[in-house]
Design a protein around this ligand. Structure first.
Ligand code: 5AD
Ligand code: SF4
Length: 452
């Protein structure tokens, strides 16, 4: 059916959820619901949820809880819980949010429209957490794309079979499956035609892309995407250290559009903890991959994920993680305090760490990394770097030379994913320009366009 109204979508969590929300927006658009940023105007509200940590899950319940009152005033408002919490909770979601209309699991997107029709014809409390067994591959409607968004995500595979003991992903996103290379290339070609310059390929473990299906390997897929006209940069996340092949390292080195940056989650620097996490590698094996990357891909930027306070993590285990940071000197890290997830095995492990102690460790780790992030930023001063212009800068620099004072301040990213602010009269969103880096700050760089 075709309706007429507005849809407000609130996204919590990872890049894959951002991408999924766009797919939901496309479905809603085809049913006549135009996307709005104004919640008060909405006829349908969708919360695309994340269950990776307790905090993210609570955020979803508290957002949706607000609609109890609003629905009393406007009973026609449709409320939807989509994504990982929906998948995990199923019907139980109605216990905490009784006014919800639809609980839409991670693999039920293809049936979203039909559930809207059912709500419109009076059906209440619909739950769909079925797995259709195939990836929802409908191409996005690029006509509702924001033309200023020159960098986009694309999911190339779903699910995970690694079963790290702290992680809910295998339970909420299901077994691993890959999209066909043809449909990925078709979708990215559409993006390129819509003005997209940078693409980030998403999967829980892109290194095992296509293996189950016996189709192209991940490096072969990268080579295919490298040929797409209009795309200038290719990024991907996430790589599992245990499956990082030399073939992929060579692809990063040799394919001109693949950025010289890798996000390689280590999670812990202690072998004991890595084993309990079921990560499938040791600290030494991880170091070996890092050395190969640094040797083959000169100047590569590295980032990682770390969990502190995993059950039984001793002070010595934590010191091992701190040492790893000193040894590798990552450009940036994402660090988290371990959060118990009832469906993941680690929730039943003994020796849970006190919450306060987790925060002490987290802050020490972040403080140490601040030093390396700033150090890496300072190393860029004096270099000329290629920037993809992404928008106007929200930062105003004091003490600019006279000639720059009246110019627009713009912002973009380097290949290594560092933010650069710069003054420019001519730079447009989507341009790739060369900037000479003049200053480094803890979280960004500042420079002048070449020739300015
Ligand atoms: N607690 C804390 N952090 C977690 N992550 C995954 N599960 C948990 C958890 N239970 C982190 C990992 C992963 C990132 C996406 O989230 O570091 O790489
Ligand atoms: Fe979770 Fe491990 Fe799979 Fe990553 S590789 S999604 S951490 S189970």
């Amino acid at each position: 059916m075709k309706y007429s109204g507005y849809a407000y979508i609130y996204t919590i969590g990872c890049q894959m959820n951002v991408y999924d929300s766009e797919k939901l927006a496309s479905i809603l658009n085809s049913y006549g619901f135009e996307k709005t940023g104004d919640m008060d105007k909405a006829d349908i509200v969708v919360c695309n949820t994340c269950s990776i940590r307790h905090k993210a899950e609570e955020k979803a319940f508290s957002f949706l809880g607000r609609f109890a009152k609003i629905k009393k005033k406007n009973p026609h408002l449709i409320t939807v819980m989509a994504g990982c919490v929906a998948q995990q909770e199923g019907k139980k979601a109605f216990d905490r949010v009784p006014h919800l209309d639809i609980v839409l699991g991670t693999r039920a997107f293809s049936r979203f429209g039909q559930h809207i029709d059912s709500v419109k014809s009076g059906k209440k409390r619909i739950t769909d957490i079925e797995d259709s067994g195939v990836i929802y591959e409908a191409l996005p409607d690029t006509s509702c794309f924001d033309e200023n968004k020159v960098s986009r995500f694309i999911t190339i595979m779903q699910g995970c079979e690694n079963f790290c003991t702290y992680c809910v992903v295998p339970y909420v996103r299901g077994r691993e499956r890959s999209r066909s290379p043809e449909s990925i290339i078709e979708e990215i070609t559409l993006y390129a035609k819509a003005g997209v310059k940078e693409i980030t390929l998403l999967g829980q473990n892109v290194n095992s892309y296509g293996q189950k299906e016996g189709q192209s390997s991940f490096p072969e897929l990268l080579a295919g995407i490298n040929e797409i006209n209009g795309i200038h940069r290719i990024r991907f996340a996430t790589s599992h250290p245990k499956d990082l092949s030399m073939e992929l390292i060579h692809a990063i080195r040799d394919l001109d559009k693949v950025c010289n940056h890798l996000h390689l989650p280590v999670q812990s620097g202690s072998n004991q903890i890595l084993k309990k996490m079921n990560r499938g590698y040791t600290r030494e094996k991880y170091m070996d991959r890092i050395m190969a990357l640094k040797e083959q891909c000169r100047g590569i930027a590295l980032s990682t994920d770390i969990i502190v306070g995993f059950p039984s993590e001793t002070k010595e285990d934590f010191t091992d993680t701190m040492d790893l940071l000193r040894q590798i000197e990552f450009d940036s890290i994402f660090a988290f305090a371990y959060s118990d997830r009832s469906s993941a095995p680690a929730a039943r492990f003994s020796d849970q760490i006190d919450e306060k102690e987790k925060l002490v460790r987290l802050n020490r780790l972040l403080e140490l990394q601040e030093y390396y992030t700033e150090k890496k930023n300072k190393e860029q001063v004096g270099k000329t770097l290629e920037i993809l212009v992404e928008g106007k800068s929200c930062k105003k620099r004091d003490g600019l030379e006279q000639s720059f004072q009246n110019m627009e301040q713009m912002a973009g990213r380097t290949q290594s994913n560092k933010i650069v602010h710069f003054p420019s009269e001519h730079a447009r969103i989507g341009d790739i320009i060369k900037i000479r880096i003049e200053n480094a700050y803890p979280h960004s760089l500042w420079g002048h366009p070449l020739g300015a």
